[in-house]
Write a protein that binds this ligand. Sequence first.
Ligand code: ADP
Ligand code: MG
Length: 337
Amino acid sequence: MTVMPAETATATEAILEARGLTKHFTVGGNFWSGRKILHAVDDLDVVLRPGHITALVGESGSGKSTVARLLARIYPATTGDIIFNGRSIVRDRGRRRNLSYRSDVQMIFQDPFSSLNPVRRIRHHLARPLLIHNVVPRREVSARIHSLLTRVGLVPPRYFESVFPHQLSGGQRQRVAIARALAVDPKVLLADEPISMLDVSIRIGILNLMLGLKEQQGLAFLYITHDIASARYVADDILVMYAGHVVEKGRVDDVLGEPQHPYTQLLLSAVPNPQEGLATRRMATRGEVPAIVNPKPGCRFAPRCPFVMDICRQVTPKLADQGGGRSVRCHLYPGST
Ligand SMILES: Nc1ncnc2c1ncn2[C@@H]1O[C@H](COP(=O)(O)OP(=O)(O)O)[C@@H](O)[C@H]1O
Ligand SMILES: [Mg+2]
């Protein structure tokens, strides 16, 4: 695992940053019951830096994919700001800048197969973004495809460019999806559970590819996962999310070495060792995180918390700075109340 010293971490400028990012969905309700507002993400701050992997960890339903979609501008935010390269992209609606943002910030999905056209060869999937975004002159497209395939470990490229998606393994398809994302020369990759549908034996290869890309190309990654062991393996920083709230964040070694929030402790207690954690699909899951609809004040984790106190059911804890780049949202710690 690569560990950046704290000084380096803070010295690197943010490439993509969210402040107070919030997404609410209206999910029905009527005149008598009033509106039902689902709080998918509330007041989230995150900083992505070049050459850094930030993990966003939590069980299913905690709001992770919504964060990725907000950052990719697939969804508009309810409130909050997204800052790319020092500029707010929320207020900035210029068409050209919008297009360049869409190539600068690329998303990688859980299921690579669903995003590949089954009747088209791999060459086609990589040529398209190169031509649409005018990345290279037409005569250089072929060479660029070869270099992309090589970068993601699909060698020899002459073979891989000529096959159809169904001729590849799940891991190879995910590599094609990553190559396609890289085609437009992005600065940020948002990877939403990129290994959770893959065979256990090939997951580590994709994680190593991510590590190589961050180190050699200085890419900034948001790595979304429900698997805390894989986050420990690749990430520099970590955010732990529960029911739309970040409950704990900091450097990955600090947070996972000495978890403060009871939820992080619960997640870790379900992963006896990293190898085993990588080998299992589940984390600590006892099912889905409850959807948060028209929430009342109080800690969202209180119903499951072994340390719950009266205050937890009445006052929403704040995400409070604990020093050393760590924050925690829990009444057991100073500053949260
Ligand atoms: N388009 C949507 N409309 C309504 N509710 C949604 C929508 N997308 C997500 N949600 C809800 O938001 C919450 C967080 O979902 P999601 O971001 O997919 O979580 P995760 O990726 O952590 O599993 C869930 O309760 C989910 O049902
Ligand atoms: Mg998801």
